[in-house]
Ligand binder design. Sequence first.
Ligand code: SF4
Length: 378
Amino acid sequence: MPSGTRIVEFDRPDMAVGTHTVAEAWARVNPPLSPQEREFQKDRVRRLLKSRNAALVAHYYVDADIQDLAEETGGCVSDSLEMARFGRDHAADTLVVSGVRFMGETAKILSPEKRILMPDLDATCSLDLGCDPVAFAAFRAQHPDRTVVVYANTSAAVKAQADWMVTSSIGLDIVAELHRQGQKILWAPDRHLGSYIQRETGADMVLWQGSCTVHDEFKGIELDLMRKEHPGALVLVHPESPASVVAQADVVGSTSRLLAAVTESPATTFIVATDQGLLHKMRLAAPGKTFIAAPTAGESATCKSCAHCPWMAMNSLKGVADALEFGTNEIRLDPALGRQAKVCIDRMLDFAAARRRDTRPGPDLAREQALFSGIGPA
Ligand code: SF4
């Protein structure tokens, strides 16, 4: 665990699995592999993916080697919305989901007939940990007149209570549409993303007070100082960040939106407020450009200017290979719970498909088009 780490508790002693604190998660992160060991494990993964008719589905925040292998072997590296879609539509019998537990659960909900493996089932998320299904049911009961919209970063037991699931790439558009229809919203669990959507749409929303342990640590005051040091830099911010950070952004959006911005914009320097795992893809997408991690004030889950999710860091090459070889770390879900949780996910996927066919851009897309209009591709 890096020095200066502040332990943040997300205590859920009732959970059957999981690393309940940031400290516990960092203690489970494997040390870096030697070059020989890396190549050995990569070869194992390549061979086992073929022999097991499996596909590797990875999030942008995991280890760069795992991201590269997923692409090389015909899998996918993406945000959680695209991970869900890709896994559902892929013909493989087995999906290895490299990310955090709710991503594996979502894959199982959408593809109950497939075997879903993960490098480490204890890799979880502070948002999931901080949204206990029983407490959430009590929160819902206090607001029976509201449409329940939950972020993807929740357990199947919370999704089963929701009308809609959203990801950061489509949450704004869905809430804007619900608001247009006159619906009032109950939102969970990320308070910063919820506040951002509330500000942008004007929707009537009550918010669960969860947070992402990585994005919550970005600091507006320090970002202001960093922007003065790099006056030409474009500031890219994930909306799980606090309002003081979002307010300074040139682009606010999901990991996919931030990644697209580095090629669409003519800027050559970017300050990036999201997990540093995304910088690997940004460097590949725009070689020669400069990427600076936004400051986290030095007391974050990791350390100053190196925001990284400890649960994402638990994903290792060896974990991927072992899961494939031994069939360990399989996601198992009560089928009835899975069917119930699927309702809110299907609604989001149907909305996303309709929006892609629709020529009218939602507020997220419209703002980005306005930002880049007249600039042209880099
Ligand atoms: S980066 Fe934040 S939101 Fe994403 S998995 Fe880690 S704790 Fe959860």
